[in-house]
Ligand binder design. Sequence first.
Ligand SMILES: [Zn+2]
Length: 373
Amino acid sequence: MLSGLFLIIYISFSFVMTYVNWERINTLQIFWIFKEAVLPDLNAYRQNPELLLEEDAPENIVLIVGESFSRSNSSLYGYEKNTNPMLHELEKNGELSVFKDVDSYTTTTIPSFKAMMMGYKNEYADSVEWYECLTLIEVMQKAGYTVHWLSNQSKHGICDNEIGLFADMCDEQAFVGDKIAGMKRTTYDGELLPLIDKSVSKARGKNFYVVHLMGSHSKFDARYPDSYSFFTAEDYEGSHPHLSSDKRQLLSTYDNSIRYNDRIVYDMINRFSGKDAVVIYLSDHGIDVFASDEDYIGHAIKNDPVSMHAARKIPFVIYTSGLCKEKYPQLQRRIENSLDNHIVTDKLMYTIMDIAGVLTVNSVSYRKESILE
Ligand SMILES: [Zn+2]
């Protein structure tokens, strides 16, 4: 009995020493990898809901989730630095709908994702386990969509474990590079483009893509290639005279990460421009980069309205292809009629269900939860 136990320990130890790349792992990550062993398998909590569907719905729905992108640093929303030239071009051509007043549900990644991808919010914690709630992925699969999870974030790690569980529910999942690199990740979001191409080339029928970007996650200058170093510290002398040169430099790298993402998101949208497609792009939350205090950079200072504004006000846009506009003129009208509404991202799941033509789930209509009028 005892020798059997030692044998198991020996085999486990040998496996870990052989296959784990220790140079990429810190103590916290080891903790989270072991924590993952006790995380639930969301597939075991599928609810097999009964859906009532519209006769027809867009063939491609694409959800691009950015990272740490504060609306106040987007030129789509009046920021003086030209951080979103490509998306602005789409907006000028009437191809992109820009929602004016959108708040992320929280200021951090995991609770934000849960609120977007399932019917769970932090305030339900006393009455329900989060993993028992209905997921958007299951609803979309029941609605006839093949669901793809394409990510440049890690699957395992301190910021990612629970998000990786959603990927395990999908019909396809693909990650760029190392699945445990965490914040040390150096792969660019542009590396998702070939993954999207591969996935789209094989796709049949209706497809729902979730594309998870590294976006503007710190460390900002690791998010874009040198060729995208558009802004420099000098560009901020006039606009941010109170910041030191080092801080202006840091702010310039944050804005460069946004400008790089502008290009990547534009390229992703273009992959679907000739198809019947709706593409939604938003950030999981914003970030306070010297907005509230010249010494503060981080997710947010609670109770500081300026900091919370930077951390929660996010960009939110919807692209509809020409074919989609032609086939679903009422959907386009509803999008355009909703641009001025105040929106919180916990409505995203119901909005995507609405776009996908889900009329009821187990005889209950969630239409009033959609952000579309
Ligand atoms: Zn995040």
